[in-house]
Each structure stands twice: as structure tokens, then as C-alpha cells.
Ligand binder design. Sequence first.
Ligand code: FO1
Length: 323
Amino acid sequence: MKITVLSGGVGGARFLRGVHENLQSRPGEHSITAVVNVGDDMWLTGLRITPDLDSIMYTLAGVNDDVRGWGRVGESERVSAELKAYGVGWDWFTLGDLDIGTHLTRTSYLRAGMPLSEATAKISARWPLGVTLIPATDHEVETHVVTADVTMHFQEWWTCYRAALPALAFEYRGSESAVAAPGVLDAIASADIVLLAPSNPVVSIGPILAIPDIRAAVLSTSAPVVGVSPIIAGAVVRGMADACLSAIGVPTAADAVATHFGARSGGGVLDGWLIDESDAALAPILEAAGIATAVVPLWMRDLPLSSTLAGDALALAARLHGR
Ligand code: FO1
């Protein structure tokens, strides 16, 4: 089976680990490709930082700091202390020493003229991830947040202000002229199943679908497109998606996010959507909107639960494939 997953960082990484674990237990050949958000990316102290690609890579490699949710386990911050002493970088955004090794490697490849997708393939080859990581685009399409007084990089809004400054809008800068990275369109067109990870709909999945040829590929793929709600019982699972959703006028509810993505039969991207048992009452609304719905436990508290959730998503897709 060929699975393609559109994914952000932390929630997406856990889901991808579940997809990989679930396929391990199935007979036959399988491949998983993650099309990863680059909207969080930025240049910092001369280094190109790609948080979502790194969260997924570290998680699948088993070296992620699962307590903090990002960066490397067993990290030290000696270089970061020196950067602070020199007054460079963002003192509220800590680059760990091991993490800087990744950023230096990536930046050396980029400086040598290599596109991000090629640099990512070389860096992620260090570990047997079992998933091919491709950035959505090789263009630097960075998400910026418009607030009442200033427009800032997403990372500053998210990490420095903890999304507490009301966001008026989100800008995916340069998305309209960006193109999919090599391998992305084929991964979507030739997939048996396309999954939307339970990532932030606005700042993780949104920037991916804002790349015109990626959205077109999702709309036209013969594979069923199934998403997993990042909202359970009207609340975000982690992160601050509610602050993002309210900014674009979408209620923080499992059905509202699905209808925001839209049913493919109505020009949207979804054929199916997974919601938590606590949201079971929303299923008829979604079915009426043309989005087939599965009501299953969505909490990914451990790897077995993540694998079960992945299996539920694949089962809904299989049911739809027959359509
Ligand atoms: N998040 C924080 O809350 N504080 C940090 O200092 C921080 C540093 C950091 C460094 C590298 C990296 O890849 C991620 C980092 N993050 C940090 C998390 C980051 O904000 C998130 O991974 C995503 O960008 C938001 O979804």
C-alpha cells in the first residue's frame, strides 16, 4: 500500500509513527511519504530552521524530546547560551547543541545550492525512519501572522507570544507562486490513500494546501483523502489551534474543521474524516455534508493507540475506495 500523509510537526509526527507501526503488522509492500509543512521555517543566526521536518525526523528516529515536544532528547544548550551572550538570535527560541548539528548540516547543503528537499533526503537518511520526508515546497513560503499592531513571523507569534496576541489573519508568503517540491505531486497522485494528519488546520495543513499545484493534486487524486480531527470535544488536543481557527472564523469543533477543508464532492479536499467518540453526535452533520465519518478514539497517548488510530483511518479509506 502507498500512503501519503500531509503533516505538520508534533501531532503529525505522532500520527506518522502510528501509521508506520500499523503498516509493519500488515503483509505486503508498503511505503509512506510525508508531505511536510514548511510555514514554520525561518533563518536564525545564519541557520535554516525547519521545525516540522525536524519534529517528524527526530520522532521517527526515536531521538525526539517527547517531554518538551520538540528538539532532541538529552539536549544541552551551551551554544545557545553563547548566542544569548552575544545578543544574537531570539533569546526566547532555544537551539539545542545537538539540534544545531542538524541546522548546520542543512544550511551547509543549502549554501552549496542544494534545494531543501534534497538536503532533507540526505539528512533524514541518517536514521531508518521508514517514512520518506519531503517538504511541501523548496520555496521559502513562511507563515506570518497579522495582529492589530504588527505582522510577525509565525514562530514569534507562537513561541514568543504563545499565540496570545489576537491574530487577524495568516499570510502564507509566496505560496501563490510556489510549486510543490519534487516527488510531492507524484506521491499524492499515485497514492492508494492520502491522509491529513491531526495537525493544526491553519498553520500546518493550511500552508501545504496553499501551494496551488498541491491543492490541485489533492482535488484530483484517485486515492481517497481522509483526515483526522485535531479537535476533540471542542478543544485542541495540543498546541493552540483554537487561536488560529478563531482568527479565520472557524469554530473550534471537529465538524467545523472538516467543513472548513470541505467535501471533495463540493470542491473541498476531504472524502472522509475521523472524529472522537466524544463528538459522535457530529457524525450525521458531516455525512450530510458529503464527508464520510468514522467515530473512534482519537487520543494518541502511546504508540499502540497511535497505530490503532492509523488503522482506523486506513479502514475508512478502504471503505471509501470501494465507492
Ligand atoms: N518551541 C518553544 O516553545 N520554545 C523554543 O525555544 C523552541 C525552540 C525550537 C527550536 C527548534 C525547533 O525545531 C523547534 C523549536 N520549538 C520551540 C518548537 C516550535 O515552535 C514548534 O516545533 C513549531 O514550530 C510550532 O508548531
